[in-house]
Design a protein around this ligand. Structure first.
Ligand code: ZN
Length: 256
């Protein structure tokens, strides 16, 4: 169920998890454990998948976004939580209310898991255990270049964060993420560390290297638990499985 799990312990109120494909009820390449793609999966399956993940983590509230590859960050405060229904993380199919369009979440509120959904894009979870500030961001090629990670760090610091750990989850690696040569040039102009080559010798992008350089420059401590999605069958990959790829979840929460 998890490619990486660090539950809250006496030293930290913050729990971190990256899910994999195992342990859910979705069908075919969507599954079994799909935490996104409510547009094509059976909503009952996605609902059950979240229930199972929540039971394993000891969490029963999830905040999700309609991810749009932008730099916007949502602050999950008491006011937002007061209006957040029990099925709202499942999106408009369950509630009739569309999710907010943004690509990062930050909070100081305990008992709720911030959840980013990806299949090849880079998920980053942020923790300042001492100050009790957490965050989660979706950083694909476009969002990374648009600055979603610095924006998330800024939003955490506005909530009082000091030393921030940034945990990278599974994403497509630089040896696999083939892009056109002109796209590599464009991205590398702003993010030089992204410039890479596939294992078969064509232009590619290294999202992890670019994100690590960005976050180290901002004083974050980077921790990487990030196997390649494309070459790891136990992980969802859009490049490998196409339009019917499921989504893994990156979850961070503060224990009550
Ligand atoms: Zn790879």
């Amino acid at each position: 169920m998890f490619s990486f799990l660090r539950p809250p312990d006496s030293g930290s109120r913050a729990g971190l998890a990256f899910t994999d494909r195992a342990g859910g009820v979705s069908q075919g390449s969507l599954g079994p454990l799909n935490l996104g793609r409510t547009d094509v999966d059976d909503l009952r399956h996605v609902r059950e998948n979240f229930v199972r993940v929540g039971a394993s983590l000891g969490v029963d509230r999830f905040i999700t976004l309609a991810q749009v590859h932008g730099p916007d960050v949502v602050v999950v405060d008491a006011e937002l939580l007061a209006t957040w229904g029990p099925e709202q993380h499942l999106g408009s199919g369950a509630t009739g209310t569309p999710l907010q369009a943004a690509d990062a979440l930050v909070t100081t509120q305990p008992g709720v898991a911030l959840c980013i959904r990806v299949a090849d894009c880079l998920p980053v979870l942020f923790v300042d255990s001492a100050r009790g500030v957490i965050g989660a961001a979706h950083a694909g090629r476009v969002g990374l270049a648009a600055g979603v990670l610095p924006r998330t760090v800024d939003a955490m610091r506005e909530l009082g964060a000091g030393e921030i750990q940034a945990w990278f989850g599974p994403h497509i690696c630089g040896a696999c993420y083939e892009v056109p040569a002109d796209m590599r040039e464009d991205v590398a102009r702003g993010l030089p560390e992204a410039y890479a080559e596939t294992s078969w010798g064509t232009p590619s992008l290294n999202l992890g290297a670019a994100a690590e350089a960005q976050l180290r420059a901002l004083g974050c401590v980077v921790r990487r638990e990030d196997p390649c999605t494309r070459t790891t069958p136990a992980l969802h990959s859009h490049r490998r499985d196409g339009a019917d790829a499921g989504r893994l979840g990156a979850l961070v929460w503060l224990a009550d």
